[in-house]
Design a protein around this ligand. Structure first.
Ligand SMILES: NC(=O)c1ccc[n+]([C@@H]2O[C@H](COP(=O)([O-])OP(=O)(O)OC[C@H]3O[C@@H](n4cnc5c(N)ncnc54)[C@H](OP(=O)(O)O)[C@@H]3O)[C@@H](O)[C@H]2O)c1
Length: 457
């Protein structure tokens, strides 16, 4: 990826203002646009293999030995999905599942031998074959792992673009090859470049086959307070602009990126309902922090009493170490049958095994660039949890990232985690998590590894 310094596009100077807004929100204890510690990012041009070394220093060795397990797990999952242990037992589905799982395993054996060696092996994206699950009660189905594009066009502290257009398209291709069809973006990602690049990619495809979710909220024009939040003027303008960048007539899900206390819930819901009625937006989502869940509940009450469209999708931060949504937030989602699509499912990379208590920080890592990430994630308590994650990963012959994603997918009320990745290699590893099954005992051990209560953001 070629480093370049990117100035904010004149028509959409969101980045600088969003950074200022994020700082303000952090000072106020409200969190920030894209996660608890994401302000610094690594130089994406580094040695990617360093992230995949196992204990023996064998690059990506863990992935080699885990692919056998992934292949077998895929077989088992497909058998179960076909109804072997449940209600649905159509014989053709059973045979298809067996065939596909067996084929996947044959590929593994062909490339890896019988599992006694650690020869590097890349799972075939075509063989991952993500399934779909209901997106709450929208009637839509979503890929079981959604793809997050926050890093597209994102400028690092060193002034490099973390994921450039070519890499972005490679990642989208990879996700598509694995059967993924749900793309999560936001109008501030990459100062608007992210949506433009997705739009260019979509232009060569049948748009109807993809579910696109975007978000509005963060300030986009310096010195213009009305270009922030969810007031009607801002939301209407922002939605028109994002549709233009995505080169589409509608987004499937429009999130409010954060709750705006300055706009009354009634005005917000009326504005959003108008967008749904106009056909520019199909469903409404709230990417909110736990303390604001009651505001979403109240907004939905207003919407229902007026016959307007309510929020049907929630996007909270949720992963093994960030558990503040457990309890009332997830309970609220369950009660209202709302879809829950967690962001930062890998704790922005902490849960991938790339960090160690004793070792120096990997040069090309968020932690190396961000003291805030270090404070938030590299704690004794989190490393204790990671020890348990490593133990379970060894038991099921998978990587920590795959087990962390599988744990999240097992949590009651979770619809589909939003997987992030900076490289195609990372994405392959993460998407293969869809085939990992954990026992109840393993899920319970991981859940107990970081005992609550958990602070809100
Ligand atoms: N609504 C919101 O406010 C909000 C906030 C944040 C994110 N999101 C959405 O959620 C998506 C996912 O969030 P996230 O990017 O924080 O997810 P994440 O999965 O927790 O972290 C992804 C990062 O972890 C590292 N990583 C991922 N897989 C890896 C692997 N297998 N091995 C080693 N490192 C790996 C990569 O960073 P490095 O290589 O740089 O270490 C990657 O960019 C975003 O793209 C966005 O769509 C929404």
């Amino acid at each position: 990826m070629s480093p370049r310094v990117v100035a904010d596009p004149p028509e959409h100077p969101v980045r600088e203002v969003a950074e200022q807004e994020r700082e303000r929100q952090c000072r106020d204890g409200l969190g920030e646009p894209d996660g608890g510690a994401e302000e610094a990012t690594q130089d994406p041009d580094g040695d990617e293999t360093a992230e995949h070394r196992d204990d023996d220093g064998d690059p990506r060795g863990r992935r080699t030995k885990t692919f056998h397990t992934v292949a077998f797990a895929a077989t088992l999952k497909r058998l179960r999905f076909a109804g072997v242990d449940g209600e649905r037992t159509p014989a053709p589905a059973f045979r298809l599942a067996l065939c596909r799982g067996t084929a996947l395993h044959s590929v593994a054996v062909a490339f890896c031998g019988d599992g006694d060696n650690d020869r590097p092996m890349t799972p075939t994206l075509d063989e991952i074959d993500l399934e779909t699950v209901p997106l709450g009660r929208t009637g839509l189905r979503t890929s079981e792992l959604q793809f997050g594009t926050w890093r597209f066009g994102r400028v690092t502290e060193a002034g490099n673009v973390e994921i450039d257009e070519a890499r972005a398209h490679e990642l989208l291709d990879a996700y598509e090859a694995a059967g993924g069809r749900y793309i999560d973006t936001a109008d501030v990602y990459g100062g608007g470049d992210c949506e433009r690049w997705i739009g260019d990619w979509l232009a060569e495809r049948d748009r109807e086959r993809y579910t696109i979710a975007s978000k509005v909220y963060w300030q986009i024009r310096d010195g213009d307070p009305n270009s922030r939040g969810t007031n009607r003027k801002n939301v209407r303008h922002r939605v028109d602009a994002l549709l233009d960048r995505l080169d589409t007539d509608y987004v499937d899900v429009l999130y409010i990126h954060r709750w705006d206390d300055e706009t009354p819930a009634r005005e917000l819901m009326k504005t959003l309902n108008g967008l749904v009625e106009s056909g520019k937006v199909h469903y409404l989502g709230a990417s909110t922090l736990r303390p604001n869940a009651w505001k979403v509940a109240r907004a939905n009450e207003i919407a229902r009493s007026e016959g307007w469209e309510p929020f049907t999708v929630l996007q909270p931060r949720y992963n093994l170490v960030d558990r503040e949504v457990e309890g009332d937030y997830l309970e609220f989602a369950r009660q209202q049958d709302l879809a829950v699509c967690p962001w930062s499912p890998l704790g922005q990379g902490f849960l991938t095994g790339k960090y160690d208590r004793e070792e120096d920080l990997p040069e090309e890592s968020k932690a190396a660039e961000s003291s805030r990430f270090q404070e938030a994630y590299l704690t004794a308590e989190n490393f204790d949890l990671h020890d348990e994650l490593d133990a379970v990963a060894d038991e099921v012959d998978a990587s920590p990232a795959q087990v962390a994603l599988a744990w999240l997918a097992h949590r009651e009320g979770v619809t589909a985690p939003i997987v992030g990745a900076r490289t195609v290699e990372q994405l392959e590893e993460n998407l293969a998590a869809a085939a990992i099954d954990l026992s109840n005992e393993q899920v319970d051990r991981l859940t107990a590894a970081k005992p609550g209560p958990y602070d809100g953001l």
